[in-house]
Design a protein. Structure first.
Length: 331
């Protein structure tokens, strides 16, 4: 059967129906004076100019969304600047709300990719007309069912693809794009556009690793220092950024309107003694709760020398740098 643009089995449908009644829990946080509401951010999407987002906006507003953003874009496209900007700005505890799943994504793989990004930031996702609310255990269970269905679907696609390639090879047919082989300009433009979109999607998936640092540190610090700050905060399994790759990524996001053009300006001239306070302020600004010892570890990972030229940092040295950063109004 088909449900909101997604293919599901009968067993999956029964499971979704079972958890639907218990998918939603009150949106509250524990504040000092008692429960307080969790910010709900609404996202409404239409595909063409002939459509209107008004019904979606009204339903999102009725659900209690404090902010609603609208976008006109195809649901099959993963390059959506407004959605990318919303995902970048969400904070821990926020909830992204849509009227239906297909307003956010048209495929299970894209949906799961977005939700994984939200979970990495400590944010949640809710679909008003579907049994998904990742703030509740039942909603997470539903998501796991969808994830299992997506993995099964990918396995079937791989098997069909391999069988088709074997059959074509046995019949003497050679794979490849006929238009590209013939030098068709239309086919070439499409291939280039697909490569550009694929590149943007890879950058968008890693945006949490580098965009906040670039936005905060440029053009106050040279690209070399920004690169060291970013690489020092990456997980061990992540691929380190190179300087050319980081600058190309920043230029791509500037073209898409996701970063300001000012980040590409020449680094502002500053006193040599202000460099360390600027670096420490950038790291501390990204995580205000970071301890002095954690800052020491981060600076050592960056191979940053202390003011006295030593490789080992002490909390007292970091405290002194932070005080100077406050005097310079960097914090």
């Amino acid at each position: 059967m088909e449900t909101k643009g997604f293919l599901t089995s009968i067993a999956t449908a029964h499971t979704l129906a079972f958890v639907y009644k218990r998918s939603f829990t009150p949106d509250t946080r524990i504040c000092k004076k008692g429960p307080c509401p969790v910010p709900l951010i609404g996202y409404a999407r239409i595909s063409t100019e002939d459509q209107t987002a008004l019904p979606q906006v009204q339903e999102l507003r009725s659900a209690g969304c404090v902010e609603i953003v609208e976008e006109q874009a195809s649901g099959g496209s993963r390059t959506r600047p407004v959605l990318a900007r919303v995902l970048d700005q969400l904070r821990a505890g926020d909830t992204l709300v849509v009227v239906r799943i297909d307003r956010l994504a048209r495929s299970l793989s894209h949906l799961l990719e977005i939700i994984e990004r939200l979970e990495a930031k400590g944010a949640h996702f809710r679909s008003l007309q579907d049994p998904i609310d990742t703030a509740s255990p039942q909603g997470k269970f539903t998501l796991q069912v969808l994830g299992a269905a997506a993995e099964f679907e990918r396995a079937l696609i791989r098997e069909r693809t391999k069988a088709g390639l074997r059959s074509a090879k046995a019949e003497g047919r050679v794979g490849g794009n006929p238009g590209l082989k013939a030098g068709d300009p239309v086919a070439i433009r499409k291939a280039r556009a697909a490569r550009v979109e694929s590149h943007f999607q890879k950058l968008n998936a890693s945006a949490d690793q580098w965009v906040p640092e670039v936005r905060r540190l440029r053009p106050g610090l040279p690209w070399e220092d920004v690169l060291r700050v970013i690489n020092s905060g990456l997980p061990r399994e992540a691929q380190p950024w190179s300087l050319p790759r980081l600058i190309r990524a920043a230029k791509t996001f500037v073209r898409e309107g996701l970063l300001s053009e000012t980040i590409l300006s020449r680094a502002t001239a500053s006193d040599k003694d202000d460099r360390l306070p600027a670096i420490v302020a950038g790291i501390k600004g990204a995580d205000p709760k970071m301890t002095l010892q954690a800052l020491c570890t981060r600076l050592e990972a960056m191979r940053e020398r202390t003011p006295r030229g030593r490789s080992k940092w002490k909390p007292s040295s970091v405290r002194m740098i932070l005080e100077r950063a406050k005097k310079l109004e960097l914090l």
